[in-house]
Design a protein around this ligand. Structure first.
Ligand code: PEP
Ligand code: MG
Length: 575
């Protein structure tokens, strides 16, 4: 039966396809006493064989699409299935205690997991606990006859439906088959939504109940521009979605004509429209969309895509590739921002009540200096290959910036003393994403070379509203005068000291925000590559003098986000 849902529009585009439920199935079972234990052992062995067959398929697919190194985790899983210490213990448990295979599997795997987890000073063994858990889940699914979802095995056009998607789930989605995704939870600036935009996969998040509203294989229509989702659409609704998809494709074709044009406003002023990237793989999208710089390279994805800390050489290669490809255009590389919703499986962080307010980003870098120094050395060595700017995330105090700068200069001096060539014009800047830094921007501006405003976090911290929580997503209010006043103070403070200001939060590519930012004097706009041409096209229609007047009204006269949204819609978008 047709059902309409409303969520948060998270990535532009429209799609109609059947649903693929990326939801963990129910793996509960009851303990049973077994008379024919030989038959039970043979049922267990069949589940092992089926699990092996799955893993081989997944392994081959991962090797082909992601590379041999990524595929090795599945080798480790197959080794557990072939280990007589593990499987033998389960078979003995079935025979000795006359229990069903599900119970025997659970008993033995729990024992292995807790033994490995107890080795707190051995990260390698702790990781094995996660492997045993994964393998046991797979064997259990075969014993119970239920299917485990696996995004890597999708080989037809689908819309992925999930409660939530982690950044690593999102990275596994193959754009060729995954036409869109819809989740129960999440916000527009959660990292899975940001990745969806760079992958150009339409997405609606925070619907609250999509996973209980749709069944695997059911037809579903998704509009990532409005947040509308229709389960089992009527023929008429399907036709409407298909028509809108075509209109959007035509619009994109129009924007594509601006790919090689310079970004100019109606009164002839030039601005840099830059792109945000997460890995060198995103460079294709940056070039396809004609971005004029890279305003944010989120290097933490380099750490997340690896099974151990990336070496200095691995990092050097990645940074060199990005700098060389973009040269002579500038590249702002942000040092790693792990923590919050971004985790490293090989570097367990302490459990925290409030991870977004916790041990993350520069706080980890200043504490675990060996990791930070390795990254800075890799960056310094790569600096020869392009125009490098380095940016520190989550800076709250001037002392943090000075401490980071001191470490940077120490590593630079060491490299120079070793005869390594290092660029002489590397700018050092900070993200303005903590209100304390925004308020003190006039002082910060004396110390740094540039600011880049991270509205995703700046708004979450200013409004005290978790960026990934759909229940408070109404407080994501980029046009709220309180946010605009902070942004204005940051821009004015930087300009007073002759420094430049960019914005790399999602608001920089928002068609309502862009006119206001133009009026406030922002120098550089950095966004998902897929928004670059849309913003270039919008800028052509705007005059800086008019926008200045509009921004002043928005800051001094308005009392709300909605009022400012209406103000811009009326003045700029003819609504
Ligand atoms: C931001 O906070 O606005 C930002 C650009 O950084 P991230 O989204 O990676 O936290
Ligand atoms: Mg941030």
């Amino acid at each position: 039966m047709t059902k309409e849902l409303k969520g948060i529009a998270a990535s532009d585009g429209i799609a109609v396809a059947k649903a693929y439920m990326l939801v963990q199935p129910d793996l509960s079972f009851t303990k049973k006493t077994i008379d024919d234990t030989d038959a039970e052992v043979s049922r267990f062995q069949k589940a092992i064989a089926a699990s092996n067959a799955d893993l081989k398929l997944i392994r081959d697919k991962a090797a082909a699409s992601l590379g041999e190194e990524e595929a090795q985790v599945f080798d480790a899983h197959m080794m557990i299935l072939a280990d007589p210490e593990f499987t033998g213990a389960i078979e003995s448990n079935i025979k000795d205690n006359s229990v069903n295979a599900e119970q025997a599997l659970q008993d033995v795997s729990s024992m292995f997991i807790s033994t490995f987890e107890a080795m707190t000073d051995n990260a390698y063994m702790q990781e094995r606990a996660a492997d045993v858990r994964d393998v046991s889940t797979r064997v259990m699914s075969h014993l119970l006859g239920v299917q485990l979802p696996n995004p890597a095995l999708i080989d037809e056009e689908v819309i992925v439906v999930a409660h939530d998607l982690t950044p690593s789930d999102t990275a596994q989605l193959d754009k060729k088959y995954v036409k869109a995704f819809v989740t129960d939870i999440g916000g527009r600036t959660a990292h899975s939504a940001i990745m969806a935009r760079s992958l150009e996969i339409p997405a609606v998040v925070g619907t609250q109940d999509v996973t209980t509203s749709v069944k695997n294989g059911q037809q579903i229509a998704v509009d990532g521009l409005t947040g509308q989702v229709v389960v089992d659409p009527t023929d008429e609704q399907t036709a409407k979605f298909t028509q809108e998809a075509k209109t959007y494709a035509d619009q994109k074709a129009e924007w594509a004509k601006l790919k090689t044009s310079e970004t100019l406003t109606a009164d002839g002023k030039h601005f840099d429209i830059a792109a945000n990237i997460g890995t060198p793989k995103d460079l294709d999208g940056v070039l396809d969309n004609g971005a004029e710089a890279i305003g944010l390279y989120r290097t933490e994805f380099l750490y997340m895509d690896s099974s151990e800390l990336p070496t200095e050489d691995d990092q050097f290669e990645a940074y060199k590739k990005v700098l060389e490809t973009m040269s002579p255009k500038p590249v702002v590389v942000r040092t790693m921002d792990i923590g919050g919703d971004k985790h490293l499986p090989y570097m367990p962080l302490p459990e925290e009540m409030n991870p977004f307010l916790g041990y993350r980003a520069i706080r980890i870098s200043l504490d675990r200096q060996e990791i930070f120094r390795t990254q800075l050395r890799a960056l310094l060595r790569a600096s020869e290959y392009g125009k490098l700017r380095i940016m520190f995330p989550m800076i709250a105090t001037i002392q943090e910036f000075e401490a980071a700068k001191k470490i940077f200069l120490e590593e630079k001096d060491k490299l120079v003393a070793d005869g390594v060539k290092v660029a002489s014009d590397i700018q050092l800047g900070i993200m303005i994403e903590i209100p304390a830094a925004a308020v003190l921007a006039d002082q910060f501006a004396k110390h740094v070379d540039f600011f880049s405003i991270g509205t995703n976090d700046l708004i979450q911290y200013t409004m005290a509203a978790d960026r990934g929580n759909e229940h408070v997503s109404y407080l994501y209010q980029p046009y709220n005068p309180s946010i605009l006043r902070l942004v204005k103070h940051v821009i004015d403070s930087a300009h007073k000291e002759g420094k430049w200001v960019g914005m790399c939060g999602e608001a920089a590519g928002d068609p309502i925000m862009v006119p206001l930012l133009l009026g406030l004097g922002l120098d550089e706009y950095s966004m998902s590559a897929t928004s670059v041409l849309k913003v270039r096209s919008l800028m052509k229609k705007l005059s800086t003098a008019d926008m200045k007047e509009l921004a002043e009204k928005a800051i001094n006269e308005s009392i709300s986000n909605d009022e400012n949204k209406a103000l811009v819609e009326k003045a700029v978008h003819n609504k």
